[in-house]
Structure formats: structure tokens, C-alpha cells
Ligand binder design. Sequence first.
Ligand SMILES: *[C@@H]1O[C@H](CO)[C@@H](O)[C@H](O)[C@H]1NC(C)=O
Ligand SMILES: *[C@@H]1O[C@H](CO)[C@@H](O)[C@H](O)[C@H]1NC(C)=O
Ligand SMILES: *[C@@H]1O[C@H](CO)[C@@H](O)[C@H](O)[C@H]1NC(C)=O
Ligand SMILES: *[C@@H]1O[C@H](CO)[C@@H](O)[C@H](O)[C@H]1NC(C)=O
Ligand SMILES: [Zn+2]
Length: 511
Amino acid sequence: MWTMQLSGLLLAASSLTSLAAATPFSPRSTTAGNNEQCAHKALEARRSNLGALRSFVQPMPKGADLHNHLDGTPFAEDLLSWAADLGVCLNSTTALFAEGPCGPGTVAVKEADQQLYDAAIDAVSLRYSDPATLTGAQPSGHDRFFATFGRSSIVATPSAGKELAAVKEQAALDSVSYVEIMVVPPLWDTLAAKLSLASPLSANSSSGDFTALDAQLEPLLLQHMGEIRKTYDDMEAVATAGCPERAGCGVEVRYLATALRLMTPAQVYTMLYTSFALQKADERFVGVQIAQAEDGMVATRDYTLHMRMFRHLHQRFPAAPAALHAGELVLGTVHPRDMRFHIREAVEVASARRIGHGVSIGFETNSTGLLAQMRERGIAVEINLSSNDAILGIRGEEHPFQFYRAQGVATVLSTDDSGVLRNDLSNEFLRAVSEHGLAYAELKQLARNSLHYSFLDGSSLWKDVVAGQRVRACVASLDDEGCKAFVKGSARAQLQKRLEDDLARFEASLC
Ligand SMILES: *[C@@H]1O[C@H](CO)[C@@H](O)[C@H](O)[C@H]1NC(C)=O
Ligand SMILES: *[C@@H]1O[C@H](CO)[C@@H](O)[C@H](O)[C@H]1NC(C)=O
Ligand SMILES: *[C@@H]1O[C@H](CO)[C@@H](O)[C@H](O)[C@H]1NC(C)=O
Ligand SMILES: *[C@@H]1O[C@H](CO)[C@@H](O)[C@H](O)[C@H]1NC(C)=O
Ligand SMILES: [Zn+2]
């Protein structure tokens, strides 16, 4: 951990002077109250010390984390404790999880010494990985990151309920009130194996090919939807045991049903169809996603095919919003031609309402036009600074965060895979200040954006979130009877009201 903090410190120190000076405080709204000024001053007084800055951002109410993966969020220490519960052992040579019962060559987690325990943590996270060595020898941050999921699944998969409880606890520790969690619905391999295809799906497949699959998937899903939904009932039953006493019980959760882009075309189509159908059938599911290494062989080959699958399924299930991982690429990871169109196709073909990552925006053909389109359509970009640093080696001014902001494209901050990356949302806010020079009003804007651009049901409290202009019923005061009725009728506005109240308390505490 200390190596990462150390490099963070050096980085912050070197980028601080230029950025802080370049981004003077300009209050977004003229009605910014006196208490907001207190928060502004408190942050500025702490700007040059990362410890002090941490003490500011940690309790700051942040609204939502819109981009995090169920299997990437639990920390290794928790996985180790759940392994002990499951009777899963550690291979004493590799420190990887191994099936029980423990015997020669394996050790029960409870019997592990410090050295084995440390090695086990490092094997399922990016602890002690130095981003500076990304381009050097040893497995890169990218490879280490993606290797962890296969290593932890033996413990993570049967511990889904504990994972959910861990996500909620982490949100509470970060002063986050709402999370949209990516989960991969079960049964996709079984269902995909039942499909019969006239010809394999390829970039040339037509909508007719998809329709033929729909005819097979529809009855299969009808038959299995109950079983799929029960997975989540069971998960929630475990996660809410012991509530409301445990940390995180008050955190609201919704799910993004997520397909994996490295699977065969028929499997990806099955996962996407299942995801869209689940979003329609179950109100806990508010949108659809696609994830996994975008620079992988299959992901690159089938990128356009996947976007066309989204376009087809949007016609069949028009109400399902999509947030897509797109543009998680840096020069060198793929052929340069593959850096030119991923974000555009996610927007234009797959109708993404949010883009996850978007790091390669500068490489897109006609990126200025694309950005204008994103601004006009109100498409937000989910930024995760630590993840991009650890996996792609992109940090500070190399990151297009400020480019998006300058072009008027909405952004939100998110964690991605806290447990693997060993970060938290407070640290993302900290980096936004220390590496990108943001001031308090801009952090507050990011927090408000997170709920405004979430896929929660119901109208937003904001008529114009950037201008800080509330809907008519709430213009005068959040405590008007008309506003209370408006808030009561919208799940989204309820959390937005809670954020405004929390922010007001936070600011008052700094006066
Ligand atoms: C431990 O891992 C090594 C290396 O992969 C493997 O050869 C060995 O069989 C494993 N031991 C046990 C007991 O599973
Ligand atoms: C797709 O169609 C193009 C022409 O329309 C053809 O050249 C290409 O070979 C086809 N690819 C596949 C995989 O069928
Ligand atoms: C954050 O990084 C992860 C891992 O690189 C990626 O999967 C995701 O798309 C990124 N999300 C955002 C919002 O940048
Ligand atoms: C650039 O993209 C915008 C938005 O998609 C489009 O309107 C414009 O025509 C494009 N310009 C060029 C030169 O392709
Ligand atoms: Zn992600």
C-alpha cells in the first residue's frame, strides 16, 4: 500500500502548483450560500496536504457510485475470511485459493502465516503494484488486474450475498448513499448451449439473425426468469441479515445486468438478451452493461457486432437504458484503428446513456463532433482515475477528465473495482482535487451529477443540473409542500433530497 501512496504523493506534489493555479474557484451558481463558501475555504486550506485533504473528502456526501463491479469490490481480507467459512484453502506454493479439504501442499486460511497471508492478498488485488513499472518487466497492472477475477471466483461466486453487504459497507464508509452494481446474470452458458444457429454470428449478421435467436431465447427466459431472479433474492437476504444495525444497511442499491464481451457471439447475445429481459421483469435492475477487457482479442474482433446487438435489443426492449464500457484503451493496447470508433459506436449504434471510461476520446475520428453529440444528448462519462492509472498507466494530465469537462460533457467519479484496486470513492475525489485542480463547487457538481445521471426511476430534482436549477415545484425551497409531494413521487428525487440535506449539514459543519 505504501508504495502506491508514495507515488500518489509525489505525483500530487508535482502537478499541484500548475493545476491549482490554472483552475481558480468560480462558483457555479450565484446563489451559492455562505456555508458553501466555508466548505470552499476549508478545502483550499487543505489542498496542499493529502492527509488534510483526505479528512475533507472522506465525510463529504458524494451521492452515487454508478460504476462498480460486484466481484471487484470486496477487499482481499474479506475474501480470505469467506474462504475460511467455505473451507477453501490456500496453495502453500502459489498462495492462490485451492479447493478444500486442506491437505498436503495447501493450508487452511486460519493456519496461514503472515507471509502466505500477504501473498494471498497480493494475488487477488493490485496491492504493492507500482504503476510506474507498468511498462517494464513483470506482469503489468492490466494483466494483474484481469487475472484476479479468475483467482477469486472460487470464493466470490458462492459469497455473493457477503459481497453485496461489503459493497454497501464500503459505500457507507465513503459517504455514498446509492450504488449501481454490475452483476452478470447466471445461466448464460447453459442457455447459450441450447441455441441453434443457422450460421455463426459475425460482423455481417443481420437483424434477421438476431430475430431468429430472440424466438428461441424468449421461451427459455420465460422458463428460467424465476430462477434467475431468485439468485438476487437469496443474495439480498444474506446482505440484509443483521440490518439495520450493520454499516451500509441504509445504502440504496440497484443493479446493471452485465454481459461479458470476451465470450462467443452466441453467448454474448444470450447474456445481453437475458440482461434486457431482466431489466424489464425486475425493478431492481435499472439498466444494462457490457464489461471485460476491451482490448482483448475477441472484444476487439466483435466490438461492432456487440454494438449492433444492443441496437437490436433496444428495439425489442425500448425501456432499458445502457451504460457501456467504451474507450478503455491507450495507445499500444490495440491496433490504432481500433481506437478510432469505440466510443462513437457506443453512442450512435448502441445508444449508450453513459460511457464507462472514455479514456481514448482524443483518438476518436472527429472527436470534437462526438463530444458535441454527447453534450447535446446528455451522455455522462464515468471516470475512474485510480483504475485508469493502475490498469492503463494514465494519470494526471494524461487523463482526458478535464477535456470532457471543458467540452461541457457531464462526468461522474466512480470506483470500478475497489477491492482489486484497493481504492475507494473518497480517494477518487481526492485525486480530482490534487491531480486535476477541482474546487469544492466542482466536487459538489460531481456528487449531484451522480444521482442525476443514475438510472434510478423517477424525475430528477434538477431541471438543469449544471446550472444548479431545480424543477419548478422545488425552486423556492426543498421544504415547500409542492416540492415534498414531487420528491415523494420519485425514487431519484428522494435520494437527491437526501444528498442536498447531507451537503447542507456537511457545509454547516465547516463554518
Ligand atoms: C499448488 O500450485 C502448484 C502450481 O500451480 C501446483 O503444481 C500444485 O499442484 C498445487 N498444489 C495443490 C495441493 O493443489
Ligand atoms: C462480410 O461481408 C463482406 C462484404 O459484404 C465480405 O467481404 C466478408 O467476407 C464478410 N465477412 C464474413 C465474416 O462473412
Ligand atoms: C474504470 O476502469 C475500469 C477498469 O479499467 C473500467 O472497466 C471502467 O470502464 C472504467 N470506468 C470508468 C467510469 O472510467
Ligand atoms: C463530426 O461529428 C458530428 C457529430 O456526429 C457531425 O455532425 C459532423 O458532421 C462530423 N464532421 C465530420 C467532418 O465528419
Ligand atoms: Zn468497470
